[in-house]
Design a protein around this ligand. Structure first.
Ligand SMILES: Nc1ncnc2c1ncn2[C@@H]1O[C@@H]2COP(=O)(O)O[C@H]2[C@H]1O
Length: 614
């Protein structure tokens, strides 16, 4: 009988969990693990190739694989630790149905037909268990999209010093503490490896085996690279599912060699850039220089070291639990977002990504700058009431309203703040009429993004970019950018939309709508105006058309919370004068609603509110 080791019992436990066996089967599975071969694969190596004979299957002991059909670039699925590979061909008696590549350095247990047959003598229901696990895979996923719909959980992260920076020990201490609060995380640096394997080369097989063993035991492993692009830094990059580029915000933003290496191994869009600041009070500047050097990095984060809040946020992003707030457009109803946001924050909600369309984007922009609801409400007053930005008709050639006053008021409120300098990740959605695609604003001047996102066609002129794009209100394509939020992060969302309060009827005799000359006469005669039919204004009709998407179209996820604030039917889409009343009414109602739902133990609401660590 083969000698058993702790690695065999680990493999047996993984296999037992995948096949949903009980503890009684562990011994037989350990024997199977001890007798089977282990295979170490380097990143990019092929485990099975489409069309090859299927004489064995595999259990992933550590690492991650991608499944490819025909197209070697795009993958149809991801396979993570504990899962089976090659079971389809093996059990169906078919050639391999796909090519499977190691997405990082990985180890698999290789189960041959002989060993499998032998194991079924001790475990008669082994064959059935594997077939059930296979059937379960296909019952819960469409075969082509499969696991891509839910990305495989990230379990290893490499931290690389970015730009001219060194890795901040204060940041690392905070990160270790916050990770430790949510998961069994193991941090590994070159010093740890030296302490255990003094004198051995870093990519020696026993060292790699030890690292893979660590990965199998911890829930999360953080590889802390050296500041130089040496062998240890290379191992960190190869072992990691994803990379975090870490820099002191005041250092030089030039891309360094370790980063170049990391971004050539990992798809840059999965990487995160973390810029460290001593405190949160100062306005951030200079982020664009960092992003220009790393244009394809998926997300950047500003982290202040004065408390743990930003690091808790970063941990939520990495562990796919980042909380979003998605705000629909709704003209003057946008002030309702202030009430909902304030009530959630007071109930303990901390939001990690803010996004919206039109007035939803305008309100979220304020929160992303670090303002509170009252300050944003005062800004609304300045723009719409004091500056009368939406009450200045112009000659109706480019639009009905004079946009100059609106632009001036927006500039006064937002200054020259850039989206990339905001403390909280933020996006605004507009509609790009040049490409006929939704346009997600994640960089550039904040006031311009808000202006583009709320450019009601015909009411305000479109916004034109330096690249020649013509942008109008995001509501034309998507008044509630939930899909865009999901592309940017994984985790629960508070979604705020404006439902209609039932069909609104208009009792207008269509034949009485006057033609041009009749209208001119009626308008010139002060008494004639009173006799005109009570048709909503052009502005009101355009604004109402933008809100035609009802909440019944919203694909609310299991962990999302949908809020449709009740708004008095006497407040119209262009009724900006009642912003404070709307804000405080919705705040009272939402606070009450949250309290009731919490009393009923609503799990969705708990997931969004959580505690800062979960
Ligand atoms: N759509 C899919 N989703 C998940 N895994 C797949 C998918 N298609 C193929 N695979 C895996 O890729 C392996 C290729 O070889 P097999 O067909 O033997 O077994 C296959 C499965 O383990």
């Amino acid at each position: 009988m083969a000698q058993m080791s702790s690695a065999d019992s680990l493999a047996a436990r993984l296999l037992s969990a995948t096949l949903m066996f009980d503890r009684a089967s562990l011994l037989a599975l350990e024997t199977l693990a001890a007798e089977s071969d282990r295979r170490v694969l380097r990143r990019g190596e092929v485990l099975v190739r489409e069309g090859d004979p299927s004489d064995r299957f595999f259990v992933v002991l550590s690492g991650r694989f991608t499944v490819h059909k025909e197209d070697p670039i795009g993958s149809v699925a991801e396979i993570a630790q504990g899962e089976l590979v090659g079971e389809i061909g093996f059990f169906a008696g078919l050639p391999r149905t796909a090519t499977v590549l190691a997405a990082r350095d990985s180890i698999v247990l290789e189960i041959s037909r002989n060993h499998f047959e032998k194991a079924t003598e001790a475990l008669p229901n082994l064959r059935e268990a594997v077939t059930i696990s296979l059937a379960r895979r296909f019952a819960t996923q469409s075969p082509i999209l499969s696991r891509l719909q839910k990305p495989a959980k990230i379990r290893t992260l490499a931290i690389i010093a970015a730009g001219g920076s060194r890795i901040s020990p204060v940041f690392m201490a905070h990160l270790q503490q916050e990770f430790g609060a949510v998961t069994r995380a193991q941090f590994v640096s070159r010093l740890d490896v030296h302490a255990k394997f003094a004198g051995r080369p870093i990519d020696d097989q026993p060292v790699l085996n030890w690292l893979n063993e660590l990965e199998a035991q911890a829930e999360f492993v953080v590889y802390v690279a050296d500041e130089e692009p040496n062998e240890w830094t290379r191992v960190c990059i190869r072992q990691a599912d994803t990379v975090l580029l870490l820099a002191n915000a005041s250092s030089s933003p030039r891309l360094n060699t370790s980063e170049e290496l990391a971004l050539s191994v990992h798809p840059p869009s999965t990487g995160r850039l973390v810029l460290i600041h001593d405190n949160r009070s100062a306005a951030v500047s200079g982020t664009s220089a960092w992003l220009d050097e790393r244009p394809h990095v998926g997300q950047h984060h500003h982290v202040a070291l004065e408390d743990g809040a930003d690091i808790q946020r970063l941990v939520r992003f990495i562990s796919c639990k980042a909380r979003g707030f998605v705000a629909a457009g709704g003209g003057s109803l946008g002030s309702a977002h202030l009430g909902v946001y304030k009530a959630f924050v007071e109930a303990g909600g901390r939001f990690d990504y803010l996004g919206g369309t039109s007035s939803g984007a305008a309100m979220m922009a304020g929160f992303a700058r670090g303002l509170d609801a009252e300050q944003i409400d005062r800004g609304t007053h300045n723009i719409f009431v004091k500056s009368r930005a939406f009450r200045r008709p112009t000659l109706p050639r480019f639009a009905l309203l004079d946009h100059k006053a609106f632009d001036r008021a927006l500039r006064e409120e937002y200054g020259d703040v850039l989206i990339e300098d905001l403390w909280l990740p933020f996006f605004a959605l507009s509609t790009n009429l040049s490409s006929r695609q939704p346009h997600v604003h994640r960089r550039g001047k904040l006031w311009q993004a808000v202006r583009a996102s709320g450019s009601l066609p015909g009411v305000l002129p479109p916004f034109f970019t330096a690249d020649g794009d013509m942008l109008v209100d995001g509501a034309i394509m998507n008044n509630l950018p939930l899909e865009q939020m999901r592309e940017l992060k994984t985790g629960p969302n508070v979604i705020v939309s404006f439902g209609s309060s039932g069909p609104q009827k208009y009792h207008i005799d269509y034949d009485r709508i006057p033609g041009r000359s009749e209208l001119a006469v009626a308008l010139l005669n002060p008494f004639g105006r009173a006799h005109l039919p009570q048709i909503p204004s052009m502005l009101q009709i355009i604004a109402a058309s933008m809100l035609a998407h009802g909440p019944q179209d919203i694909a609310v996820g299991d962990e999302d919370v949908l809020v449709c604030p009740q708004v008095s039917s006497t407040i119209g889409f262009m009724d900006w004068s009642r912003h404070s009343e709307l804000f405080s009414d919705v705040y009272d109602r939402t606070a009450q609603w949250i309290e009731e739902r919490l009393r009923q133990n609503d799990s969705g609401l708990r997931a969004v509110l959580g505690n800062p660590h979960t």
